[in-house]
Design a protein around this ligand. Structure first.
Ligand code: NAP
Ligand code: MG
Length: 493
């Protein structure tokens, strides 16, 4: 271990500020990656009728990890038929307490194999092992446990009513929380008696495919969950399939709009979990150092690839200089690098396309007058990387205050009064989440009541619980996932 001199506050050299740790990589041998994966249809891996395969890579070094089957319209149809058959013949006829047993089993196996899943998630998507190990995988297991508990108690979730399953659900998920989003979609659907065809994102299909092994291990009846890998077109074929009863989508507002058009006028029920541009608001009476950690956690961990990331920092004018100088120091100390290293704070950007999007938006920010500050950390030579970045002097009209960047980039705006904070926080087409930092209970309660966001965190950020509903206002979508509200999206009365 040795100490390193790095630039710190306002470009001043800070002596001995960063400890250089020796590499501490998690062993990747724990997970066995197949050279090639088929589609998971009717309980087994099958060759795609399309005859096509695509590569999934490790964004930290551009290494090809595996070839994955590409599902075309015929493959999607095969998967939907399998799901329909399983729904009619098996799953809808099982009593809730029997469905619960499968969900409990899946949850327990996920826990037992958690290290394997964590390593695979970090390899395929670029997120630090600390995140996949401590956040993604435990939360995915928790989601199956939580919904296992509801499967035989749906009558209590909806007192005085008789909830029935909807049928076959087509589910589409993004690349930022691949396994967790699969769990968010699959667990409530199954608990309520539906069957599923799920399409993972093109760049991160591997943990969903490993989950199929868990379904086999748990003896889940064939066809109850089917996984079709592919690209956006595969997703479009799924959404357009006439024999779906429900479509659940998490992803961009742009694609959400296309999906809404595609299902309009059909019997398909729809929930959309879309983008966000959350305000993280820090008042002058906040515990500043604690808030700085929360702000850092809210935007830099997981490379800002979080729909509810605190991407707009709203700081009260009286403390703006102090907060900005502390932030600049703090990002200088973030460890950017190998996602499998246990000391890594910020991993790789998920894809070249996403990296280009971040670069383009930050360049626009600078053109429009924002002041750029970036960590001068050494970036690996291969793979997709972006420096932790702070943009100051941002105003509400700036593109970087309006568009979702989905990278480790924080845009800083200032406000004078609580009213102004609420007004700026709500000045967005999104409404997924928000954060507030203050030591006055009355202040955060008022803020939470007035801000139009599905989740509001007070003196913390990015905390998730399967019992707590998650979802947005405005262009962040509609419907909720998690809690009783999430169950309601998978039942009819
Ligand atoms: P995206 O482009 O909308 O993709 C999401 C999923 O939709 C992927 O599986 C994608 O496939 C598929 N897809 C693409 N075009 C499609 C089409 N025409 N029809 C059907 N499916 C299609 O989103 P992304 O850029 O990958 O993900 C980041 C976005 O997700 C951000 O906007 C973020 O805020 C949002 N997000 C929201 C939440 C939430 O809960 N609100 C959670 C996580 C992420 P391919 O990847 O194979 O192209
Ligand atoms: Mg990948």
């Amino acid at each position: 271990m040795r100490r390193d001199d790095r630039n710190g506050q306002d470009g001043q050299a800070v002596q001995g500020s960063v400890w250089q740790y020796s590499p501490a990589p998690e062993a990747r041998e724990i997970v066995k990656i197949q050279p090639r994966y088929g589609l998971f249809i009717n309980g087994e891996f099958v060759e795609p009728r399309s005859g096509r395969y695509f590569e999934t890579i490790n964004p930290a070094n551009e290494e090809v990890l595996a070839e994955v089957a590409y599902a075309d319209a015929e493959d999607v149809d095969r998967a939907v038929r399998a799901a329909r058959h399983a729904y009619e013949q098996v799953w809808s006829k099982l009593p809730g307490k029997e469905r619960a047993k499968y969900l409990f089993r899946i949850a327990r196996i996920l826990q037992e194999r958690s290290r394997e899943f964590a390593v695979l998630e970090s390899l395929d998507g670029g997120k630090p092992i600390r995140e996949s190990r401590d956040v993604d995988i435990p939360l995915a297991a928790a989601h199956f446990f939580y919904h296992a508990g509801w499967a035989d108690k749906l009558a209590y979730a909806f007192p005085g009513r008789t909830p029935r399953p909807l049928g076959v659900a087509g589910q589409i998920i993004p690349w930022n929380f691949p396994l967790l989003m699969a769990a968010w979609k699959i667990a409530p659907a199954l608990a309520c008696g539906n069957t599923v065809v799920l399409k993972p994102a093109e760049t991160t299909p591997l943990t969903a495919l490993l989950l199929c092994e868990v379904f086999q291990q748990a003896d889940l009846p064939p066809g109850v969950v089917n996984i079709v890998t592919g690209d956006g077109q595969t997703g479009a074929w799924l959404v357009q399939h006439p024999d779906l009863d429900k479509v659940a989508f998490t992803g961009s507002t742009e694609v959400g709009r296309l999906i809404q058009k595609a299902v309009a006028g059909t019997r398909k029920r729809l929930t959309l979990e879309l983008g966000g541009k959350a305000a993280n608001v820090i008042f002058e009476d906040a515990a500043i150092d604690q808030a700085i950690e929360g702000i850092i956690n809210g935007i830099y961990f997981n490379q800002g690839h979080v729909c509810c990331a605190g991407s707009r920092l709203l700081v009260q004018e009286s403390i703006a200089d102090l907060v900005i100088s502390k932030l600049r120091r703090r990002i200088q100390r973030l460890r950017v690098g190998d996602p499998l290293d246990k000391n890594t704070d910020v991993g790789a950007i998920n894809s070249r396309r996403q990296l280009q999007k971040i670069e383009r938006l930050v360049a626009i920010g600078v053109q429009e007058g924002a002041e750029l500050y970036q960590s001068d950390c050494v970036l690996p030579s291969k793979g997709y990387w972006y420096r932790p970045t702070v943009l100051t002097k941002v105003s509400t009209a700036h593109t970087v205050a309006r568009e979702e960047i989905f990278g480790p980039v924080l845009s800083v705006l200032t406000f004078r009064t609580p009213d102004e904070a609420v007004q700026i926080a709500n000045n967005t087409r999104y409404g997924l989440s928000a954060g507030v930092w203050t030591n006055k209970g009355s202040k955060y309660l008022e803020f939470a009541a007035r801000v139009k966001a599905g989740v509001v965190w007070c003196n913390t950020y990015n905390k998730f619980d399967p019992a707590s509903p998650f979802g947005g206002y405005k262009e962040s979508g509609f419907g909720r996932e998690g809690g009783v509200h999430g169950l309601a999206a998978y039942v009819a009365f």
